[in-house]
Design a protein around this ligand. Structure first.
Ligand SMILES: Cc1cc2nc3c(=O)[nH]c(=O)nc-3n(C[C@H](O)[C@H](O)[C@H](O)COP(=O)(O)O)c2cc1C
Length: 195
């Protein structure tokens, strides 16, 4: 049954989907979601550009409000850039690289009169990226604890670009383990209700 479904998917991918790897298609999604955890201890080994490109592709495939794609993604790979990030956040955890996930205020979809979907869109984009990174053996940690004003100033970001989240990434150190919080789970009774 699974195979019957996969054949048209493979055909569709051959026709135009970007970079969908066989590994990704064969892996059970729930298993990938369970395996991903916040990595807070990194190896210094650099992540290759081909892998970085795939992680970005996953972000570009994310759904956004009316497909507005307001995300702006900075890839920090220089030592000087990482030094700035270590100064604006205590949560770089020795990572060799980091994504800065922002929204472009000129591209956001409005939500009512005074709001927009920028933060939500970026959150979905970063989730796609974190999951694809995990799929490729690359560790990530989504980080909200940073000083956005200082970051914008240090990197000279334009006024329309709003940093939302950071995502240090790299290969997990060999002793790295999920934190206890990773497996804490509220009961379904509390979280899910059928109406
Ligand atoms: C919006 C958001 C902000 C987060 N900010 C931080 C942060 O500033 N520092 C940090 O170490 N982890 C941060 N995390 C990671 C969470 O603490 C982590 O995802 C959670 O404890 C579950 O653990 P797990 O990712 O290992 O499953 C953040 C996660 C999210 C979704």
């Amino acid at each position: 049954m699974k195979r019957l479904i996969l054949i048209p998917v493979i055909a569709l991918c051959a026709l135009g989907c970007k970079n969908t790897s066989t590994t990704a298609m064969n892996r059970d999604f729930l298993q990938l979601a369970e395996d991903r955890y916040s990595v807070r201890e990194f190896d210094s080994k650099a992540v290759g550009q081909d892998i970085v490109d795939k992680i970005i592709d996953a972000g570009m495939l994310a759904p956004t409000a009316v497909n507005s794609q307001p995300q702006k993604i900075y890839v920090v790979r220089s030592e000087s850039g990482m030094e700035i990030l270590r100064n604006v956040s205590p949560c770089m955890y020795g990572a060799p690289h980091c994504f800065i996930l922002c929204y472009n205020a000129d591209n956001v979809c409005p939500r009512g009169k005074n709001d927009h979907y920028g933060d939500i869109d970026v959150s979905i984009v970063i989730t796609h990226m974190a999951l694809e990174a995990a799929n490729l053996g690359v560790g990530t940690c989504i980080v909200g604890y940073f000083d956005p004003a200082r970051l914008s100033q240090e990197f000279g970001l334009p006024d329309n670009i709003h940093p939302v989240l950071l995502m240090p990434f790299g290969y997990p150190s060999k002793d790295c383990k999920p934190s206890e919080r990773h497996s804490e789970c509220r009961s379904l009774d509390e979280v899910v209700e059928y109406k």
